[in-house]
Design a protein around this ligand. Structure first.
Ligand SMILES: Cc1ncc(C[n+]2csc(CCOP(=O)(O)OP(=O)(O)O)c2C)c(N)n1
Ligand SMILES: [Mg+2]
Length: 228
């Protein structure tokens, strides 16, 4: 990919992405991570980013497991999913990223599937074009450590909201449909609504982007000296 990238600490890509966008609003900013990353370690950042509504896109690679660390349960693991740690199966309920984002007033809430490149590319495109925080939860298998949610498992359940002329402005309908997880699993753009991004609301960010302003530590040195 032709892009600037920054590799940060596990779970912390959203605050980094927020910072990058606020300093240089000309950039298209995408934050990426796994389900453990975004909904576990970075769970609070996910909540605050959805509320804050900075104009950034979150791509959450949701394979319903902690893959890299060899297969522990993540917040999106199915109840009953057995692992080397959860030997009796997961006993707690799943975190649903979509209803969570909706309840936090996120303006773009979508889910797609790595097995449908055309759909996924379209959703990512729409997410980037949306002005504000956009969530794309991407279902995908982990062939090494998740033997439950396989390609076959997803393919037999997934259907597209777009096939039924879905109204993306109906939040209550989006919430109800996002709760559907079982024999059938919907993908698509569940909800879309414009509200002013965070950067439009902060007076200090008005005018010249921070990155183009003069860097002059002298201006605050008097204040800093008070703490020495
Ligand atoms: C701050 C921090 N906590 C924990 C870890 C250990 N760690 C690395 S990857 C990972 C989980 C990965 O799961 P997920 O985010 O779902 O990504 P996947 O590997 O499944 O794609 C954990 C716990 C870490 N590297 N840094
Ligand atoms: Mg994962």
């Amino acid at each position: 990919m032709k892009c600037n990238t920054f590799n940060g600490l596990h779970g912390r890509s959203l605050p980094l992405a927020t910072g990058a966008k606020l300093v240089n609003p000309e950039l298209v900013v995408i934050a990426e991570g796994g389900d453990g990353d975004m909904y576990g370690e970075g769970g609070n950042h996910f909540i605050q980013a959805a509320r804050k509504n900075t104009n950034i896109t979150l791509l959450a690679h949701n394979n319903q497991v902690y893959g890299l660390t060899k297969g522990q349960a993540s917040p999106t693991s199915e109840p009953g999913f057995t692992t080397k740690v959860q030997t009796e199966g997961v006993k707690i309920s799943m975190l649903d990223p979509l209803t969570t984002a909706l309840s936090l007033n996120a303006g773009f809430v979508a889910r797609s599937f790595s097995g449908d490149i055309e759909h996924l590319s379209w959703v990512i495109q729409q997410a980037i074009q949306h002005r504000g925080f956009s969530l794309v939860d991407i279902l995908m298998p982990c062939i090494s450590f998740n033997k439950l949610n396989t390609f076959k498992w997803y393919k037999s359940r997934i259907y597209k909201l777009e096939d039924e002329h879905w109204d993306t402005s109906n939040k209550a309908a989006a919430y109800t449909r996002a709760e559907e997880w079982g024999e059938k699993i919907p993908i698509g753009i569940f909800y879309k609504a414009e509200r002013p991004p965070y950067e439009d609301l902060i007076s200090a960010l008005k005018g010249k982007p921070l990155i183009d302003r003069e860097y002059n530590p002298q201006r605050v040195s008097k204040l800093f000296n008070e703490f020495i």
